[in-house]
Structure formats: C-alpha cells, structure tokens
Design a protein around this ligand. Structure first.
Ligand SMILES: Nc1nc2c(ncn2[C@@H]2O[C@H](COP(=O)(O)OP(=O)(O)O)[C@@H](O)[C@H]2O)c(=O)[nH]1
Ligand SMILES: [Mg+2]
Length: 195
C-alpha cells in the first residue's frame, strides 16, 4: 500500500527482503547502499546484535526516478531470520508493496528456505495480504558456493508460481540490482494501474 504525498509530490513504496537467517539479505542492502549515489539515498540503518545478525531490521531509503512528476522513493527493509523474531517479521510486513524472497542456494539450507517461505505466506495472510497478489520476486543467492542446489530444484521448491527469479552472489553484487529492479518494476506497474 504505497503512500502518496501530494504536497511533496512523492510516492513512497516499501520493499521487504525476506528469507532465512544468513541467506544474504543484509549483504544485498549493503551492496545497493555502496553503489548508490549519495544524493539518491538516505542513511542505511541496521539494528544488529553483537554477533552482527539483524536484530530488528535493516532500512535503506532509495530514490528511483519519477513517474508523472512524482518522485518515487523506495524504502528497503530486511527482516531478522531467526525463528524467535517472528513478531518483528510480522511488523515489518505492515504496508508492504513488494517482496523479494532471498533463498540460500546451499543444499543444507533447503529446509530453512522452505520454512521461511511458508512463514512469509502465513505472516502476509495475517496482515490481510496474499503473496500471489503482491509484486514478488525470488533471488537464489550464494551461487558461488560449491554445495548448491540446481536452479531447477530451487524453482520446484520455492517458485512454482514462476514469478521473476534471479541467481545472485550478493557479496560481489551479481544479480543484486537485477532483483531490485524487477520488483520495483512490478510495484510501479501496480501503481500505474491504480491498485
Ligand atoms: N559465499 C557467499 N557468501 C555470502 C553471499 N551472500 C551473503 N554471504 C555471506 O553470508 C553471511 C550472512 O549474510 P547476511 O547478509 O548477514 O545474511 P542475512 O541474515 O540474510 O542478513 C555473511 O557472512 C555474508 O558475507 C553470497 O552470495 N556468497
Ligand atoms: Mg541481516
């Protein structure tokens, strides 16, 4: 549910990076932050524990051009992956406009991926959303590691609806902007349709 501010002529959209703990959500945001012009971004805020895992969320405001004279401002959020932070994850989904599911491609993380996807679907429904009706893309991260599942396997487990999906290595930035652009495009298409 994007927020349109008519006096400042701004459209604010909320994008949430979802996925299991340590799949690379924070790394995506850090890469985007480092590669974005200072005048197009706000401060990146990370609330982390001493072990550097996301405690509540990461937040990065980004300007992505204009539509019909309105500035589009995207607010990127990540969620904490650990099971016991479910309340935080629910809260961050409030007012969401688009979701990126970041999967960890490693075979031994498949159960965690599936669990996180189910958790996403459930938490969205609790907030009155339907994953299938939201701008949604999937990112298969950590493609540089040796013990990864094939894209076919990942698709079968995590993307039967065949939404746009991308391979990535978020530590080097491969696929990071492609993923963001794809969800941004879907969000803007929704906006233009006036939904
Ligand atoms: N090899 C590899 N490591 C990655 C990749 N993306 C993230 N990591 C590492 O995985 C760990 C967890 O990443 P982080 O972004 O904190 O995960 P988050 O819990 O989803 O926010 C960090 O040590 C990252 O450097 C990747 O594409 N390849
Ligand atoms: Mg994190």
């Amino acid at each position: 549910m994007s927020f349109i501010n008519y006096s400042s002529r701004e459209i604010n959209c909320k994008i949430v990076y979802y996925g299991p703990g340590l799949c690379g959500k924070t790394t995506n945001l850090q890469y985007i932050y480092n590669r974005t012009n200072p005048d197009a971004k706000g401060k990146m805020i990370s609330l982390a524990t001493e072990t550097e895992r996301t405690l509540f969320f990461d937040f990065l405001p980004l300007s992505l051009g204009e539509i019909r004279g309105f500035k589009t401002r995207f607010h990127l959020y990540t969620v904490p992956g650990q099971v016991f932070y479910d309340a935080s994850r629910k809260l961050i989904l409030k007012g969401v406009d688009g979701v990126i599911f970041v999967a960890d491609s490693q075979i031994d993380r498949m159960e965690a991926n599936i669990e996180s996807m189910e958790n996403l679907r459930y938490n969205l429904e609790e907030q009155g959303y339907e994953l299938d009706n939201l701008p949604f893309v999937v990112q298969y991260n950590k493609r540089d590691l040796p013990n990864v599942a094939s894209i076919d396997e990942l698709r079968e487990l995590l993307n039967i609806a065949m939404v746009p999906d991308f391979e990535s290595v978020s530590t080097t930035g491969q696929g990071v902007f492609d993923t963001l652009k794809a969800v941004a495009k879907l969000v803007l298409t929704d906006l233009k349709r006036g939904s």
